[in-house]
Design a protein around this ligand. Structure first.
Ligand SMILES: *Cc1c(COP(=O)(O)O)cnc(C)c1O
Length: 362
């Protein structure tokens, strides 16, 4: 008999969320971002759930080839580009578009002899200071690429650091846009700017007016990029993690629970033991009070999360016992409400779903 934990992936929710991205950016083409095994949802399911996307974007060249094996014929974009010159031949052979963000990559392209040209995304660093050419160096980088016969379409790209915040004090999105427009001025090429937060929240600031492509990730999986809840954006959870109660302890006032004995019951309490722990991807730092559903009723984690189990307060669900259904996140319990008390984001929880958790569709 299998351990009762299972993650259910909702392809209909992935389709719905992709349609939301399109509705928010009707004039743009959509790269559905599927890095990190489609944020934990599986590449094979992403190929089906995002069949309507214009392209798939990720960072892992080997997974990009896997997408081709799975039958994806539309564009594929490597968001970090290529890592050494040998990747270029693979990109040409499999039609992979790649980011170009540094001098070393341009030098590799200049030295390459490729059978077909490859399309690239030239990346500008507009203040995030992660990848990309400065606005001042951008036109020169563009000119060097444009001169190469092995380079096809050049799309101009940048990435927002704070698009979920209306006016970030250190680096507002408007300032990133201003720098982008300055650096890209006069270059006759398509643009790709917005992540999920840009798609959902910054349309009014011109992030999309200037965009030929958008690059939503987290919203496609039903997580919020920040700002407001996923439900307020009309997004549906694409992953539900469920398990069951496998043990019950009736403890007295003053008794303690779990490793470290950091939780002490103030009153007699029924403690439910759930077959889910940090080795399944549940955050070990989820504190007492992190929400959980037992038989559909909202209650909370008590005691420290251990490797294979966590403990919950059954007081609000007196009828619950061994075998009762537990929802850790997903339908009925937004992943962001679990991530927040654990000091993280829904992104990290999805991506950390452990390989030992069986996955089904539903
Ligand atoms: C991950 C990523 C995205 C998607 O970001 P979300 O916040 O998940 O929408 C878009 N663009 C780039 C370059 C990325 O690395």
């Amino acid at each position: 008999m299998p351990r009762p934990i299972v993650a259910t992936i909702h392809l209909d929710a992935m389709q719905h969320n992709l349609a939301r991205a399109r509705a928010c950016a009707p004039q743009a083409k959509v790269w559905a971002v599927v890095k990190a095994n489609a944020y934990g949802h599986g590449l094979e399911r992403a190929v089906r759930g995002f069949a309507d996307a214009d392209g798939l974007a990720l960072v892992e060249p080997d997974y990009a080839l896997r997408l081709r094996e799975l039958g994806w014929r539309k564009p594929i974009l490597l968001l970090e580009g290529f890592f050494d010159a040998a990747d270029l031949a693979l990109m040409a052979a499999h039609g992979l578009n790649g980011a170009v963000h540094c001098e070393a990559q341009i030098a590799m392209l200049e030295a390459a002899r490729l059978p077909h040209s490859i399309d690239v995304h030239l990346k500008m660093n507009t203040g995030m200071n992660r990848l990309g050419f400065t606005p001042a160096a951008f036109a020169r980088a563009y000119a060097r690429l444009r001169a190469l016969p092995c380079v096809g379409t050049i799309t101009l790209m940048t990435h927002f650091a704070n698009a979920e915040v209306a006016a970030h004090p250190a680096l507002p999105t408007g300032e990133q846009l201003r720098r982008f427009q300055l650096g890209a001025h006069g270059l006759p090429a398509p643009r790709s700017l917005a992540n999920s937060a840009g798609v959902l929240l910054r349309a009014g600031q011109g992030t999309q007016a200037a965009s030929d492509w958008v690059r939503p990730g987290i919203m496609l999986y039903g997580g919020t990029p920040g700002g407001v809840s996923a439900a307020a954006f009309d997004l549906l959870p694409a992953m539900t993690l469920r398990s069951a109660i496998i043990g019950v302890q009736d403890i007295g006032a003053g008794d303690v629970v779990g490793y470290g004995s950091g939780y002490r019951a103030a009153a007699p309490t029924r403690v439910g033991v759930v077959a889910c722990g940090y080795a399944d991807g549940y955050p070990r730092h989820a504190p007492h009070g992190t929400p959980v559903l037992v038989d559909g009723v909202r209650t909370s984690v008590i005691g420290r999360v251990s490797m294979d189990m966590l403990t919950v307060d059954l007081t609000p669900v007196p009828g619950a016992g061994v075998g009762s259904a537990v929802t850790l996140w997903g339908r009925g319990l937004p992943i962001d409400e679990v991530a927040e008390p654990a000091g993280t984001v829904g992104y990290e929880l999805m991506c950390a779903l452990a390989p030992r958790v069986p996955v089904q569709e539903g």
